[in-house]
Design a protein around this ligand. Structure first.
Ligand code: SAH
Ligand code: SF4
Length: 351
């Protein structure tokens, strides 16, 4: 059987384990620092603790669940995608984006996804399994170590890789808490963005956390018929319910909500949809990110032209809604939004 992953353990639990081994409690802090500040990845590297304890750590815990299978770099050098294999043979993908001073990681929360959005490669492959909190954390540690060798560090984390973060709520929140821990990596909550397809009960739960983690919502259509044809989840949580949960979120947290909208030629890029979207948003502090659709194998729709994207943006802006047209980064290596899915992925429920 696999050893438990050390990154699945939070600091109080680590303390308890060390106490049960008869170790002084300060050893927990030393190990924690070794993992999250020194970014050590093997027990042997923990030279701040006695050798016997290093050996014991190595006997009881795994320090590595992610095995990198392939790495691809975009031609502009700004995006890198890594395909990782997990110990049970499932696969996930993680993307690193480099833009000006930003070092943004796009991390996965599940292998595959159960939400079935028609235009999304991960949705097309079906659900594999939830990642543990430690497997989510390890994606960040992997790149943090890499960047450290270049004298650099991770600046932002977006939970926009494979999977629906709110369908794996506990593990996602535990992973963020671990990365946010002041004695560890100490990454401020505002540097994280959770993107959700719109699971209403989870949005309500997240509201209660009153967290500074940013929230992005994948809307993509402004009426129920169209949205349900693209995002099956809309049948369960229609737009009115979603907007009501988001209004409560905004009222409680006073935080801005980002809406995501993949523009598909002739489908959701019309002036009519832009108008309906603007009708949904009055009184909300929002930002709309539109991105021309990234091509995926299982979906026939085409990306919107630049002109139509600009027209869509202009309609929103004329109604006082800030809107950014996002650049399609990394699409030459299938690392763009919604393109993540390894082609021979054994995590897919379709195989
Ligand atoms: N499950 C979450 C986060 C992962 S998907 C969610 O759906 O929000 C990250 C973003 O990529 C979402 O906004 C999603 O709608 C978008 N996306 C999926 N497929 C896409 C595609 N083919 N082109 C552009 N964006 C896409
Ligand atoms: Fe899942 Fe998000 Fe893809 Fe929809 S867009 S299938 S929720 S990963």
């Amino acid at each position: 059987m696999d050893k438990p992953l050390i990154y699945d353990v939070d600091l109080p639990n680590l303390l308890g384990i060390l106490q049960s081994w008869g170790e002084p409690t300060f050893r927990a802090q030393q190990i924690w620092k070794g993992i999250y500040q020194s970014l050590w990845q093997k027990p042997e590297e923990f030279t701040n603790i006695p050798k016997a304890l290093r050996d014991k750590l190595g006997t009881h815990f795994s320090f590595n669940h992610l095995r990198s299978v392939t790495a691809s770099n975009s031609t502009d050098g700004e995006t890198q995608k890594i395909l990782f294999e997990l110990p049970d043979g499932r696969w996930i993908e993680t993307v690193r984006m480099q833009y000006a001073k930003r070092r943004t990681l796009c991390i996965s929360t599940q292998s595959g996804c159960a939400m079935g959005c028609t235009f999304c490669a991960t949705g097309q492959m079906g659900f594999g399994r939830n990642l543990s909190s430690g497997e989510i954390v390890e994606q960040v540690l992997y790149y943090a170590r890499k960047l450290a060798t270049e004298g650099d560090r991770v600046s932002n984390i977006v939970l926009m890789g494979m999977g629906e973060p709110f369908h794996n709520y506990e593990n996602v929140m535990a992973a963020i808490a671990r990365l946010n821990h002041p004695q560890g990596m100490n990454m401020g909550a505002r540097r994280f963005t959770i993107s959700t397809v719109g699971l209403v009960p989870a949005i309500r739960r997240f509201t209660q956390e009153n967290s500074q983690v940013n929230l992005a919502v994948s809307l993509h259509a402004a009426d129920d018929d169209l949205r349900a044809s693209m995002l099956p989840v809309n049948k369960r949580y229609p737009i009115a319910d979603l907007m009501s949960a988001l209004r409560d979120y905004a009222e409680t947290t006073r935080r801005r909500i980002t809406f995501e909208w993949a523009l598909i030629q002739g489908v959701n890029d019309t002036p009519e949809q832009a108008g309906k979207l603007a009708d949904l948003l009055p009184g909300l502090l929002t930002h709309v990110n539109v991105i021309p659709l990234n091509p995926t194998e299982g979906f026939k729709g085409q990306a919107t032209s630049r002109d139509r994207a600009r027209q869509f943006q202009a309609i929103l802006e004329s109604r006082g809604i800030p809107c950014t047209i996002r650049v399609r980064r990394g699409i030459d290596i299938q690392a763009g939004c919604g393109q993540l899915a390894s082609h021979q992925n054994p995590g897919s429920s379709n195989q």
